[in-house]
Design a protein around this ligand. Sequence first.
Ligand code: FMN
Length: 190
Amino acid sequence: MMIKDLVLKNRSYRRFQQRATINQETLRELVDLARLSASAGNKQPLKYILSGEPPKNALIFPCLRWAAYLKDWPGPAEGERPAAYIVILGDKNLSDSFGSDQGIAAQSILLGATEKGLGGCIIASIQKEKLHEALAIPANYEILLVIALGQPTETVVIESVGADGDIKYWRDAEDKHHVPKRSLAEIIIS
Ligand SMILES: Cc1cc2nc3c(=O)[nH]c(=O)nc-3n(C[C@H](O)[C@H](O)[C@H](O)COP(=O)(O)O)c2cc1C
């Protein structure tokens, strides 16, 4: 797949075939893409927790907040929840700040997942204390992002931001998820 196809296909998916498991080797391959990505000062302070087993997934799921703009949707129901997660941590023993590293790592992971026919969602809205406790994460690791992964079951449509300038994503009567994107003319200022 060419890069534009990959980027287009790499949408934020929030509903999955929960029972279509993702094995540890696949998760390790995705983290390897993050490992090979850019890192400020080449400090490489990110660490990862992999989860592809239902009991561990069940500890992570209640710590996440889904789709804040979809006020009437409480998040994926049992059966359509992610099959796996990659928790991205910052190792405070290696750096005081993590800058953009986690965003770059997340994108590498998701592009790799897309290439494998999977999909996912970056989650920053995390109950961090609860997740620290649930996974017994040592205090020197800061929780930065959680990447939810699975076989997507929803259709996501990209459209242009309308005249009203509203950027909120929304779902139509057929349950398709629409994501308004600003135009190139709007975002390139000179
Ligand atoms: C840094 C970051 C944090 C995000 N956190 C959440 C989150 O906590 N929960 C969620 O449902 N989506 C989250 N998202 C997904 C965004 O809502 C999504 O990227 C946006 O709606 C655009 O959709 P697209 O990724 O399909 O282009 C996050 C995305 C990014 C880049």
